[in-house]
Design a protein around this ligand. Sequence first.
Ligand SMILES: [Zn+2]
Length: 203
Amino acid sequence: MSRYCSQCGKSLKACICKWIQSLTSNVELVILQHHSETNRPMGTARILKLSLANSHCFEGEDFSQHQQLNELLSDKQFHHFVLYPGEGALAHTQVASKLAEGRKIRVILLDGTWKKAYKMWQLSTNLHSLPLIRLPDDLQGNYRIRKAPTDNSLSTVEAGYHILSLLEPHNDFLPMIDAFNQMIEFQIQQMPPGVFEKNYLSE
Ligand SMILES: [Zn+2]
C-alpha cells in the first residue's frame, strides 16, 4: 500500500485533503512551479491546485517551450496576465474591469523563492509579451514557515487567494487560507521543540 496520498501527494500522515474545500472561481489560475518547489513539505501551490478544479499547474524552470502552457496561451478567448511585480504592472482594478465586461481571464503565478521566480521569469520568454498584474503593496503574509526576503512576501497560496479575492470580491476564497493555516499548524507540531523558533522565525 502506498504511503502517499494519491490526491495531494503528501505522506498519508501529513495529507492535507481533509482541509481542502472545492471552490469555484471565474478567473483561472495557471501555476508555474519551479521544480525545486515540488517536494517541499510546505509547498502551498498544491492547496490552490486542489481547491480550484479549473486551475493548471506545471513544473519546470524555463517554460518558453512548454507545450501545454503555450496551448493555453494561444487560446484567444482568454486574457492572460502574469502576477509579477515588474515595471508597468497593472493594478487589480484595471483587470477587474475587464472581468466585469465578461472577458475570460487567466492569471499566471510563479511559484518559487523570489530568486527562483525571477529565474523562471527571465527564462520563460513566452511570458514577456503578456501584461503584468501586481498585488497591492500593503498585504501581509502569514507564512511563518518560509524565510521571506521582505516582510510582505507572500506564499503562493496567499498570492492566489489575494488576487482571486480582489478580482472576485463576491466569492469567498478563505477556505484556502484556512487549509494553509492548518497545514502550518500541523508542520509546527511535527517539529521537535525549539526547531521552529531556531529555523523559521527571523534570521
Ligand atoms: Zn491528501
